[in-house]
Design a protein around this ligand. Structure first.
Ligand SMILES: Cc1cc2nc3c(=O)[nH]c(=O)nc-3n(C[C@H](O)[C@H](O)[C@H](O)COP(=O)(O)O)c2cc1C
Length: 179
């Protein structure tokens, strides 16, 4: 199929930009992203009998048919190699009373699940008790971009509790009070 003149011009523009240094540096990018409020989650997994997790906001719905999400994981995170090996993870969407759990999983302690109440899901990954919701996923695709890897996950299990979620905005935890 032939491209119209506008699509052709846009495609050439895209090609010209690709590979060029960005006019937006990392600090500017971070300050803009602070404005993007997001739900706070804990990504959890299991590997060789041990449980792992970290606090994350880079979680995105991809499509409902088939039910698919993606997470962006820094490859320096301790949990990264375990998600990679296990090929499965859970997204625990924290409830508004679980700020202490978000802080706990953003920290550097070992054996973080020892002090957090949880159950074990069908794939062996931990599900945090009292979360607003959770999704259990099998890794379907892996895409490395810069410092992070996107794990596209096929959702194979879920649970919802009627609780409001914990929100992160401008480097602060907050509550949804007007919805
Ligand atoms: C609110 C919040 C959101 C975060 N989101 C992500 C994220 O989406 N992906 C990521 O790799 N790290 C994210 N982090 C950082 C990790 O939680 C943190 O670096 C964690 O300690 C890394 O795991 P490790 O200490 O076991 O290496 C976030 C931290 C906070 C406080």
């Amino acid at each position: 199929m032939q491209m119209g003149p506008i699509r052709s011009a846009m495609s050439n523009f895209g090609k010209a930009l690709r590979g060029k240094p960005s006019a937006v540096d990392a600090d500017t990018f971070r300050s803009v992203m602070r404005q993007l409020a997001g739900c706070v989650t804990v990504i959890s997994t299991e590997d060789a009998g041990s449980l792992y997790g970290f606090t994350a906001t880079a979680v995105c719905s991809v499509c409902a048919e088939p039910p698919t999400i993606l997470i962006a994981v820094n490859r320096t995170a301790r949990t990264y190699p375990h998600i990679d090996r296990k090929g499965a993870y859970a997204v625990n969407i924290l409830a508004d009373g679980q700020k202490h759990i978000a802080e706990h999983f953003a920290g550097k302690k070992d054996n973080q699940f020892d002090t957090v109440e949880h159950t074990i899901g069908a794939m062996g990954v931990p599900l945090i008790t009292g979360a607003a919701a959770h999704l259990e996923c099998n890794v379907d695709q892996k895409i490395s971009i810069g410092t992070h890897t996107l794990f596209v996950g096929r959702v194979i299990g879920s649970g919802v509790d009627a609780l409001k979620p914990l929100i992160y905005h401008d480097a602060k935890y907050g509550l949804v009070s007007h919805i």
